[in-house]
Structure formats: structure tokens, C-alpha cells
Design a protein around this ligand. Structure first.
Ligand SMILES: *Cc1c(COP(=O)(O)O)cnc(C)c1O
Length: 423
């Protein structure tokens, strides 16, 4: 049997309808921004493998750190024990996170980082004997696939089978240009009519919605409204964190600070699954008590895995090099040039850029659904041409590894231009 045949015999892939989907491509190695399949066909990974890999595939510096950690202390339980790699990650994050963040909690992936934040928001008020049980979230939000994270998500593909089984969530519109006031009013309304514990949002860019962008001033205003009403704010930086928006965190653009921040994806440079939720002292203090019942009874077997921590430390070191910071600026400038070039194309509705994130919306005669026919056509065209891009409906976005070369980036642009002509 070929690897593909064995795959289809044994494996169940994410977000995949196995009856109608194509056979997955077998990737055998990766280097820099490139991936090679089993037939040695090369692909440019223009979405950094679901936004996790800023420093390139098979990065030697991170790999060496992991190897060293694996052969020193690969894992130890984090209940009752601690270790230097976890402490170093915490110290490092305190240097780069917004100043109000003082405590960090480890978990395994973006969904669990969000799950922890939502549970903490709910228990915060439980511990204070206040009845607040509703979470506020944006329309078309994506916060992950575990239950509380899914409840906060607003993309129906991911949630429709589970309606009626969720924690209470009220949804407000995203404050995109021209809709800010509607969003502010909806938030005030939600707070007035529900016992709101927290507001969770993807700061400045809604990734899975198709890189929908909105302004820092609008987010600052929403956070202010929450603060005036003692509603906790949760910045889900799982996608935006670690340089994607041009600053270390999207919240670095925003004049107000969130109470909690969720991190994962690029945290370990796309090597080892790991996530972190960070908190203010005020939140931690609501759990700090002689009463054991007020503790946070949440944890995962691999919490703060030392190998993951070593990967995170190496990744943050790489992010902070002037070379990587230059790369982010270079990609941003290049995206802005490309945006100028295509935004007036007759088949383009709009194009947008923030940091290394670029998105273009393509005109279509009919409403394009998330996994609709235009999406399939575009996706197949990109794959045929050796570029990995995963359009969302009629939206094509690029989120490349920071080490992508100019030549590779130009090939991605050219392929997108050809795709626009093709559809
Ligand atoms: C991807 C993502 C998640 C979920 O992360 P997983 O690691 O896939 O569970 C949560 N929030 C945002 C904003 C994301 O982009």
C-alpha cells in the first residue's frame, strides 16, 4: 500500500468531509518556507502551516534547543513540581507582554488557552459570589473547537451540530470601519441585559473569519466599556501573537489593556503543541484564598512540558533578533505594494494588510460559503501551482513564515493574480 492508501484506511483528518475531499498530500520534508511532497514536488507554505511557523520548517536553532532539553529533562508533572524552562518562559513573557499581565498558566493548544480564560472569567465571579455567567463574543469569531471555545466561536460550520448545548454567549458585531457605533451600542446592550462575566475577542484581526480587520481605537473603546462595567476582557492572540501584526502582540497597538491574553500557534515556532493564558494580579487574587474550593481546578497532563518550554524560549529569542524584525517589516512593505497593485483590479472587492497578514476579497456572482465552490477552485489552483494557501470562501489570505524570501513571496503574489484571472 502507498502512504496515501494507508492514510485513507486509518486516518480521520480535521475539517474534512472524507467522502468528497481529495486525498491529502503526503509531505516528507520541510525547510525554510518550503515543503516537499513524496514525489519531490515543492510547495511554498504561504500560510505558515496554519499560522504556527514564523521561523521556517525544520529550524535548526529550535531543534537544537529541543534536543538539549529532551536529553536533560523531557517532562515532569507540573502539579507540585516546577522547572527552569517554565520559569524562564514566564520571565521572558513578562518582558514582552502588556505591563498589566503578571501570571501565566500553561496548556496545550489555542482552544485550551481559550477554555482556561473563559473558565477563569466565570469562576472569578463565582469566587466573589456574584452571578455572572454570560460571555460576550464577536460575530464570526473563531476561538477553537473545545466546548467553551466553540461556544464563543461564531462560524456556523464549526458549531451548528451543538446548538443549545453551550454556555451562554451574546454576540456583538465587529467594529469594522463605519460600524463602530453599532458595535459599541451592542456591547452596552449586552451588558445591560445579561449577567456578563467576560468579553473575548481576536484583537484587530479575525483570522478564521478571513482576516477581517478593525481599528485599535474601536477595540480600546470596547474594552473601556467593559472596564466601566467590571466585565473581564480576554484578548485571544492565538493567531495574532508573536509578530504577525507587525508588533509583538496585536494588543501593543491598543491603548487599553486586556485582563487575560491567550497564546499558542507561533509560541513554539510551529514545533511542539503548547499554549499559555496570561492574567492580571487582580484575577489571580480572586483565586488566592485559604479555601481550596476557590482554586482553579484545571490542568492538563502535559502542562508546561519542558521540551515545549525550550522550544518557546528559542522561538522568542529568534523573534527578537533584528534579522526577524527586519523580515517582518520587509514582508509588510511588500504586501502593501501588492495591495496597491491589485486593489483596483476589476475582480477585487477589497484588499487589506496588517503586519505580515494580507487578504484579498474576490468578486463573485453568488454568495460564497466558507467551504464553497470558489474556495475549492482557488485552493486546487494554488496547490497545482505549488503554493499552499487556504482561501476562506472568496477571501484569499497570505500569512507567510517571516523567513520567506522575496522571490518566494513574489511567486505567491503572481499565483494569486493568476487565480483572480482564472475564477
Ligand atoms: C487557531 C485559533 C484557536 C484555536 O487554536 P487550536 O490550537 O487550533 O486549538 C483559537 N483562537 C484563535 C484566534 C485561533 O486562530
Amino acid at each position: 500500500m502507498t502512504l496515501s492508501e494507508k492514510d485513507s484506511q486509518y486516518l480521520w483528518h480535521p475539517y474534512t468531509q472524507h467522502k468528497t475531499s481529495q486525498t491529502p498530500i503526503v509531505i516528507s520534508r520541510g525547510e525554510g518556507a518550503l515543503l516537499w511532497d513524496e514525489n519531490n514536488k515543492v510547495y511554498i507554505d504561504a500560510i505558515a502551516s496554519w499560522w504556527v511557523n514564523p521561523f521556517g520548517h525544520s529550524n535548526k536553532f529550535i531543534a537544537d534547543s529541543i534536543y538539549k532539553q529532551l536529553t536533560t529533562l523531557e517532562h515532569v508533572l507540573f502539579g507540585g513540581f516546577t522547572h527552569e524552562p517554565a520559569i524562564k518562559v514566564a520571565e521572558k513573557l513578562m518582558e514582552i507582554l502588556p505591563k498589566n499581565q503578571e501570571k501565566i498558566f500553561f496548556s496545550d493548544n489555542g482552544s485550551t488557552a481559550v477554555e482556561v480564560a473563559i473558565k477563569v472569567a466565570l469562576q472569578y465571579f463565582f469566587n466573589k459570589n456574584e452571578k455572572r455567567t454570560t460571555i460576550i463574543a464577536f460575530e464570526n469569531a473563531f476561538h477553537g473547537d473545545t466546548f467553551a471555545a466553540m461556544a464563543a466561536s461564531g462560524i456556523s460550520f464549526y458549531t451548528q451540530a451543538f446548538q443549545g448545548m453551550f454556555i451562554d454567549v451574546v454576540r456583538i458585531p465587529v467594529p469594522v470601519k463605519g460600524k463602530e457605533q453599532i458595535s459599541f451600542d451592542a456591547l452596552k446592550n449586552a451588558i445591560q441585559n445579561h449577567n456578563c462575566a467576560g468579553f473575548i475577542f481576536e484583537p484587530l484581526v479575525q483570522g478564521a473569519a478571513g482576516m477581517v480587520m478593525y481599528e485599535p481605537e474601536a477595540l480600546a473603546k470596547l474594552i473601556r466599556i467593559c472596564k466601566e462595567n467590571q466585565v473581564l476582557t480576554i484578548a485571544d492572540e492565538v493567531m495574532t501573537g508573536f509578530g504577525k501584526t507587525g508588533k509583538t502582540f496585536a494588543m501593543d497597538y491598543v491603548s487599553e489593556e486586556a485582563d487575560m491574553i491567550c497564546l499558542s500557534k507561533a509560541l513554539t515556532g510551529g514545533t511542539i503543541p503548547m499554549a499559555i493564558t496570561t492574567f492580571t494580579k487582580d484575577i489571580f487574587d480572586a483565586f488566592f484564598d485559604d479555601d481550596i474550593n476557590k482554586a482553579l481546578f484545571h490542568g492538563h497532563t502535559f502542562t508546561a512540558n519542558p521540551t515545549g518550554c525550550a522550544a518557546a524560549l528559542a522561538s522568542i529569542d529568534l523573534l527578537q533578533t533584528s534579522e526577524m524584525q527586519q523580515n517582518i517589516k520587509r514582508i509588510n512593505a511588500s504586501h502593501l505594494d501588492f495591495q496597491k497593485k491589485i486593489e483596483n483590479h476589476s475582480k477585487v472587492i477589497t484588499a487589506r494588510t496588517l503586519g505580515v497578514i494580507f487578504a484579498v476579497e474576490i468578486k463573485s456572482d453568488s454568495e460564497e460559503s466558507y467551504y464553497g465552490s470558489m474556495r475549492t477552485k482557488l485552493y486546487n489552483f494554488f496547490i497545482e501551482n505549488g503554493v499552499i494557501l487556504r482561501p476562506v470562501g472568496n477571501i484569499v489570505y497570505i500569512l507567510p513564515p517571516y523567513i520567506i524570501t522575496d522571490e518566494q513571496l513574489q511567486k505567491v503574489y503572481k499565483t494569486i493574480e493568476e487565480a483572480i484571472e482564472m475564477v
